[in-house]
Design a protein around this ligand. Sequence first.
Ligand SMILES: Nc1ncnc2c1ncn2[C@@H]1O[C@H](COP(=O)(O)OP(=O)(O)O)[C@@H](O)[C@H]1O
Ligand SMILES: [Mg+2]
Length: 191
Amino acid sequence: MGQLLYATKLNLAGVNLDALPARKPQVEASLQKTDALLTEAIVETRRVSHELVPVLLKDFGFQKAIGEFCSRFQGTGIRIDCHCFPERLPLPLETALYRMAQELVNNIVRHSGATRGRLEIIRDKDIVYLEAQDNGKGIALEAQRGQKPGKGIGLSTIRDRAELLGGSVEIDSTPEKDTLVTICLPLRKGT
Ligand SMILES: Nc1ncnc2c1ncn2[C@@H]1O[C@H](COP(=O)(O)OP(=O)(O)O)[C@@H](O)[C@H]1O
Ligand SMILES: [Mg+2]
């Protein structure tokens, strides 16, 4: 929603007032008001999403939150197995992992046509690996690169998030094999 509002704001900024000489001041005032409302909506969306998601996460931890998320798909024809180490991590990292895991599971359910999915979060010393695997049709190459016109921003947001945290994303999707997305994040001391 935040992204949509932001795109709307950018589009609004592209309105050419000179193309509307008649009643220009009224139009200009209206545009300014609309822009201010959009800014408010963006800030509010950010606040709400911040408050909503981490409730379960904050109180019960990543393992519980993501387990609960995966269990929502029971009875939908696709089973998502979920394994996660039990220790807590710094909340910003847990939140990032949770968001990325949610997007990957949503993608499996929405796009893959798989009958089974697997989500695994492993900790190996100072690195956390998040793996999402499915036995579906595979991710088209252009979609892997985020070049599919008119398509979403889920995978590219995952790449951005991982990069911001000093990590990386690898997509292994070849025909007749399971699709595997692996995200690798370093655990820095003091974070
Ligand atoms: N697990 C998957 N299996 C098959 N195709 C996928 C999978 N994950 C993503 N895709 C493809 O990649 C595209 C881009 O995914 P994403 O960036 O998350 O955007 P969105 O989910 O909003 O379409 C999807 O539209 C879909 O075609
Ligand atoms: Mg998606």
